[in-house]
Design a protein around this ligand. Sequence first.
Ligand code: GLU
Length: 449
Amino acid sequence: MSNVKVRFPPSPTGYCHVGTARMAVLNYLYAKKHGGTIYFRSEDTDKARSTREFEEDIKDQLTWLGLSWDDFSRSSELVANHTAAMQKLVDEDKAYISEEESKKEPGTMVQVVRLRNPGTTITFTDVIRGDITFDTTELGDFAIARAIDDPLYHLAVVVDDATQGITHVIRGEDHISNTPRQILIQEALGYARPIYAHYPLHLGSDKSKLSKRTGDVSVKSYREKGFLSPALLNYIAILGWTPPSEKEILSLDEMVAEFELTDLHKSGAVFDVEKLRWYNREYLLRMPESEFASEALDRLRKALTAKGVAYDEEIGQKILPNIKERISTWADIDQMCADGELDFFFVDPIPAKEELPGKGSDAATAASHLEKLHEMLSATDSEIFSTPDRLKEVVWDYATQEGRGQVLWPMRYALSGRAKSPDPFMIASAIGKERTLARIVEAKRILTT
Ligand code: GLU
């Protein structure tokens, strides 16, 4: 095992959002690539906004995505280390406690711990961005704690990183401006400097910065919408990273094998839900058939039963290929059911008389075609209904001869009662001979009364 040690340091002040997941994915890939370990540190220094519920959610969603870590702790449980470090700084006169008027409660005096800023110029080498130089004079003697036992974020991060042996700090570029402060604290405490890599943040599809408090960018919301975890993981990983093989679909192991921080893009990628849907569809198509069938049928049964449609498993099985062709996420099945797009497979439709003939035809012509279709289809063996292709052979010559639209529109509309639906052979095959013939008879009756 190498000495590489990275950290997942989310602040549990919101649900796990895509940005948190991306931070974790990039750290994970780097650690695994280099045989290192991962320290999950829940940075709950902001006591007012941090909750265990958010912390649990972050752990849950990262685990769901397939990530893991080797150690875990909360900043709040490490305060003794922070206080000892501050005391050392105060004893060495590198920091001091000052009595100041509280900003929150004017008129009240509070003790603030401030670092004696030597006002040097700090240069650090960022793996992604190269050398970055800051003049730290303007930072002044910045605060490192609200009180000796109440550390502020910068002090806590520096002490925890050093205590936990973190070698690489891989985080979003919104933290670049924090780095000089953190280096000054490190230097005052005599700690080694970790290697820094600040990657560009990704943007929302409207090019805005994603906010962790916006519900719809939470990992949970994608999970609830029926996205598959390997698809979301894959998309998050390639958001701002092109693997050297230029492959788009990669397993976690393949990503680890290809990953290098230096290949991360220099500008922020846009999070595109359409592209995520594309990924999800690719993963659905690659899913073992039986796994796909079991989840899809379960969704179908629940969604249809909930709206009072008599679900039939045999028909469900038959329409699976059609469903697979049309969906990108599991939630698309729920939507199709809610929109009534699948009801006619299970319940006889009520076709509208004026819609039945279709364009450029009339009731009498449509009725005569339906009559003929009925005749041809009743003469066939039920076996023929087992595949749409064989059914098509039965009526194709007739339809071609009479005009396909004129024959197939009334047939399809009689079977589905909808202007848009799969082709009539697929429907007939799914519902079987008896129901097909009954629906054709009913449509003919509607046309002739
Ligand atoms: N807890 C910080 C955050 O969630 C990250 C700190 C760091 O990466 O140093 O933004």
